[in-house]
Ligand binder design. Structure first.
Ligand code: TXA
Ligand code: MG
Length: 317
């Protein structure tokens, strides 16, 4: 159910949960100061309590109130990339942020999203915690109808149109004297080189260790259809591919976008994965013959996660 900006302000101030647009994906928002609403987010999504939430603010000075450490280059990163699809994890004064938001960690993730409606909303309501507005384990939502698919037609949503980036923010963390990537996202690693003088590496998740980015352990971005990477020349007649290519074996081809515009693929990705489910597709071969650099690396990672079978050992998240 679409609601106006002032209705969204009122609902959030009253401690309700609202669907909110960002430039990456839709978020399921609650005020940082309404713990019951934050609890409700976990219930609505079916999200494990071990998976912390990102705090969204409209101004970097607000983050200074929470953080106990301001890493080198924090200033330039924030000036260059915010508002935008970057989340930065920082150590925080734990008493300033409810434990449920941090999943008990002594850090929190912060982001200034680049969407005019959401910036306006936060001016009125203050910091908003929001995970992506999808049921845990489902592809994220990039349109109002996706949020409705997962949470029902009566669920209140502030309509901000189609999320133009289409893939979640990139998460950075300063560890061992370097910035490292906790989650690949819609800001490619190469983009940070001009600010940092080096390319941050992706921090590998080792299950035996205490996870630095708990969300990476959970099953994600999965449609109901079984996705198989490659094998577009084989016996599977439904294909997920690119506009410029021909798929002689494909009886039905779903197009992700252009091989020359990874941005178009990122924008469409989750909508196409959801479409597969809506059309009852059981099995699809994914054309994985695309570059492995820039935004393509994020796209490859999301597709790989979408391929995990329902029977995989990974926790549902
Ligand atoms: O683009 C985005 O980031 C979207 C929009 C709505 O802003 N949000 C989003 O939230 O993707 P969510 O909850 O779906 O993913 C948040 C990720 C999870 O993998 C979580 O584990 C990680 O951020 N995270 C949050 N706080 C963290 C922390 N203190 N330390 C490490 N990872 C953290
Ligand atoms: Mg998510």
């Amino acid at each position: 159910m679409k609601i106006t900006l002032s209705e969204a302000v009122q609902s959030l101030k009253e401690g309700k949960v609202v669907g909110v647009p960002t430039e990456t994906v839709y978020g399921l928002a609650a005020s940082l100061y309404h713990p019951n609403a934050i609890e409700q987010i976990f219930k609505l999504k079916g999200r494990p309590k071990e998976n912390p939430l990102i705090i969204h603010v409209q101004d970097v000075d607000i983050i200074r109130l929470f953080a106990t450490f301001w890493p080198p280059d924090m200033e330039s990163l924030s000036r260059f990339f915010w508002p935008g699809p970057l989340t930065i994890v920082l150590p925080v004064h734990s008493q300033t942020i409810p434990s449920i938001v941090r999943a008990g960690l002594d850090t929190a993730g912060f982001r200034i999203p680049n969407h005019p409606l959401t910036l306006e909303l936060m001016k009125e309501v203050g910091p908003l915690v929001m995970p992506s507005a999808n049921l845990s384990g489902r592809p994220s939502a990039t349109k109002v109808i996706h949020v409705e698919e997962d949470f029902g037609l009566d669920f209140p949503i502030l309509d901000g149109g189609h999320c133009k980036n289409g893939i979640e923010s990139t998460i950075l963390y300063f560890k061992e004297n370097r910035w490292q990537i906790l989650r690949l996202g819609s800001l490619p690693a190469e983009e940070f080189e001009k600010i940092l003088g080096y390319r941050p590496q992706v921090l590998e998740v080792r299950k035996e260790e205490k996870p630095l980015c708990p969300g990476q352990l959970f099953r994600h971005y999965a449609p109901k259809a079984k996705l198989i990477l490659g094998e577009c020349e084989g016996s599977i007649s439904t294909i997920l591919g690119f506009e410029e290519k021909d798929y002689p074996k494909g009886k039905k081809v779903y197009y992700l976008g252009s091989l020359y515009h990874p941005e178009s693929v990122a924008e469409n990705l989750y909508a196409v994965l959801r479409q597969l489910d809506n059309e009852g597709v059981k099995q699809v071969a994914v054309d994985d013959d695309f570059p492995r650099e820039g935004l393509w690396l994020t796209i490859a990672e999301r597709l790989k996660k979408a391929c995990y079978s329902k029977n995989s050992q990974d926790l549902e998240g």
